[in-house]
Ligand binder design. Structure first.
Ligand SMILES: C[S@@+](CC[C@H](N)C(=O)[O-])C[C@H]1O[C@@H](n2cnc3c(N)ncnc32)[C@H](O)[C@@H]1O
Length: 309
């Protein structure tokens, strides 16, 4: 096992218990309150505050992974604030660096990931960690859903994303919102599909983010994750390491004057639970029919899982 996960079974039970608790509150308190009381708004606000408090209590018991602790700038301070500041800093050059560093191959990875939704024909898609809306724009053109909502914690990335969306005249179809994967501000079972491209590695609490995604998916709906992974082919491994350790930070310094951001990319990719482990985490959160497909000799991987029907 390449990652450490303390008390996994206990934490899984917590996630399940939270799910049951959530359903119970909805069925026994929220719905009757709406039906019976003129003070329903007040009651619902109190119940929602109570539910958030419980959610955070359960989140505190969730597993911790090595990459959760890898932060862009310093070991002290929160990962989320540092990640958001780092992406704000590189937002203007982010798309260019993606194309340049991957020699354009990332476009084919994105197309493969979005194609997994073709059978589902989702009407409302959520793009978590949407960044500059690359996935949202591509999904709009490939899948023609009624609506795509993108959420991200970096205002700088969202600002670039909004400009791109406006330039493509897709502002009616694509809405970009400030939002954290770990507290998604949408009701349970809202979305027909959720995608996360190169985002899960940046979550401060991986399981909490995945549980939130599970909660907002409709029963049977699909989550698609795209993420870097470590190649396992012997000849590819040293080339990959040379590229990630030396070349990517060199070009990052050259073009963005922010070597740290791409050192963080390297370190967080190495520490991220790979393939089988990530699929197992998806199953532990509750996802079914999980699988992965390595892409481009395994330097990237696409994952899929579905919420129970
Ligand atoms: C590498 S970029 C990926 C952007 C985009 N999905 C793409 O494919 O190009 C990672 C993004 O994740 C966002 N992010 C990190 N943690 C997040 C969180 N907890 N909730 C929402 N977005 C987050 C960052 O702000 C950043 O925009």
């Amino acid at each position: 096992m390449r990652y450490y996960c303390l008390g996994t079974k206990f934490q899984n039970r917590c996630v399940l218990l939270y799910g049951f608790f959530n359903q119970w509150v909805n069925k026994t308190l929220v719905l009757p309150a709406i039906a019976a009381s003129s003070y329903s708004q007040v009651i619902i606000i109190i119940i929602k505050s109570y539910k958030s408090a419980v959610r955070f209590t359960f989140a505190a018991t969730m597993a911790e992974f090595p990459h959760d602790k890898i932060k862009p700038f310093s070991a002290a301070g929160g990962k989320k604030e540092q990640v958001s500041a780092m992406f704000d800093n590189i937002a203007g050059r982010y798309d260019f660096m993606n194309r340049f560093l991957s020699a354009g191959i990332d476009v084919s990875w994105r197309i493969k990931a979005i194609s997994l939704f073709k059978k589902d024909q989702p009407r409302h898609l959520l793009d978590v960690a949407t960044g500059t809306a690359d996935m949202a724009l591509r999904a709009a053109k490939m899948l023609h859903p009624q609506k795509i909502t993108g959420i991200d914690i970096s205002p700088g990335m969202l600002a670039i994303g909004r400009k791109k969306v406006a330039a493509e005249v897709l502002s009616t179809e694509i809405e970009l919102l400030d939002g954290d994967s770990e507290t998604i501000h949408f009701p349970d079972a809202t979305f027909d599909g959720v995608m996360v491209a190169f985002g899960v590695r940046n979550f401060e609490h991986l399981e909490q983010g995945l549980s939130e995604i599970y909660r907002v998916l409709k029963p049977g709906a699909q989550l698609v994750v795209l993420e870097f992974s470590k190649p396992k082919i012997p000849l590819v491994q040293p080339l990959y390491n040379l590229y990630m350790n030396q070349m990517a930070p060199f070009f990052a310094e050259l073009f963005t004057k922010n070597k740290k951001a791409y050192q963080y990319l390297n370190e967080s990719s190495k520490a991220f639970p790979d393939r089988e482990n990530f699929v197992r985490i998806l199953s532990e959160v509750g996802f079914q029919k999980t699988y992965f497909k390595p892409l481009s000799f395994g330097i990237c991987c696409v994952y899929s899982g579905r919420k129970a029907s």
